[in-house]
Design a protein around this ligand. Structure first.
Ligand code: NAD
Length: 259
């Protein structure tokens, strides 16, 4: 049985992780951590420890893995605390800076840690197909669409896809640069010639589209997460696989034997 703690346990993703881990035959949920205001409203009578103090929760419940769906600054601090106590973090929180990732990477040596901007297996496959497309098309744009409570933009998935596509290609994409921009930002954000567009609306969950264009043809890849349950098979895979790691690994594609 893998002993699992969840940070951000009372949030949208965290509560889904609590459900998924509780149903997994090879895992035991031992602690749920959230901010004090949230913990005050936590359910009573459950078999696991609920706390607003991660260090205390780790000492008491002795998890082997900490799943984190919080906010970027908290996720980094939580990972450093967990790694300091020999607990492997599995992080789904998006929006961490390169410095924060570097800090986690340094601390994860000899322990193991895993970060994925997207745990939906369909989205990971889309990223894989997008890398193939990047070899053959000179122009591409990414549109990501999320619920209106999302605090970072572009999404971690869209940004990682853009980075992977540019790396695969080895040079920047060709892009139309407007001669006139009536409204600043009208062409979206730009990464290595890839244009990134973020849509935020109530009713959406998490949706990504990569559009490749060439003379006389368009190739569109699209993935829709319509329910947060879509992320759970990937989270469970990561919990099992992080137990075998001794350094930081980023991206679910690296755990799925895609080649
Ligand atoms: P949410 O606001 O519903 O939940 C976040 C929770 O974290 C809240 O309960 C909040 O109180 C708690 N929290 C904040 N600071 C904390 C701390 N220091 N310690 C413990 N808990 C703390 O947000 P959400 O929709 O569940 O998303 C959480 C994160 O997961 C976001 O960064 C989002 O982009 C990301 N996300 C990733 C994936 C993926 O597949 N990787 C999928 C969906 C969402």
């Amino acid at each position: 049985m893998i002993r699992v703690a969840v940070a951000g346990a009372l949030g949208r993703m965290g509560s889904e992780v609590i459900r998924a881990v509780s149903l997994a035959d090879d895992m035991e949920l031992v602690a749920a951590v959230d901010v004090p205001q949230a913990v005050e409203k936590a359910p009573s009578g459950v078999a696991y420890l609920i706390s607003s103090d991660l260090k205390h929760a780790v000492e008491q419940a002795k998890p082997e893995v900490l799943v984190d769906f919080t906010v970027a600054d908290a996720a980094c601090a939580n990972a450093i605390t967990a790694l300091g106590q020999g607990v492997r973090p599995v992080i789904g929180t998006t929006g961490m800076s390169a410095d924060q990732l570097g800090e986690i990477e340094a601390k994860a040596k000899g322990v193991g840690a895993f970060i994925a901007p997207n745990f939906a297996i369909g989205a990971v496959l889309m990223g894989y197909f997008a890398k193939i497309g990047a070899r053959y098309f000179d122009s591409a744009e990414i549109i990501e669409l999320h619920h209106d409570q999302k605090i970072d933009a572009p999404s971690g998935t869209a940004f990682k896809m853009a980075q992977d596509m540019a790396r695969e290609r080895g040079k920047a994409f060709a892009t139309n640069v407007p001669e006139k921009e009536a409204v600043p930002g009208g062409r979206g954000a730009e990464w290595e010639g890839l244009r990134l567009h973020s849509v935020r609306l109530p009713g959406l969950v998490a949706h990504h589209e990569v559009i490749f264009g060439a003379q006389g043809q368009i190739l569109t890849l699209r993935h829709d997460s319509t329910d947060r349950a879509s992320f759970m098979p990937g989270v469970l895979i990561a919990i099992r696989e992080v137990m075998k790691l001794d350094k930081l690994v980023v991206g679910l594609d690296n755990l799925l034997s895609l080649s």
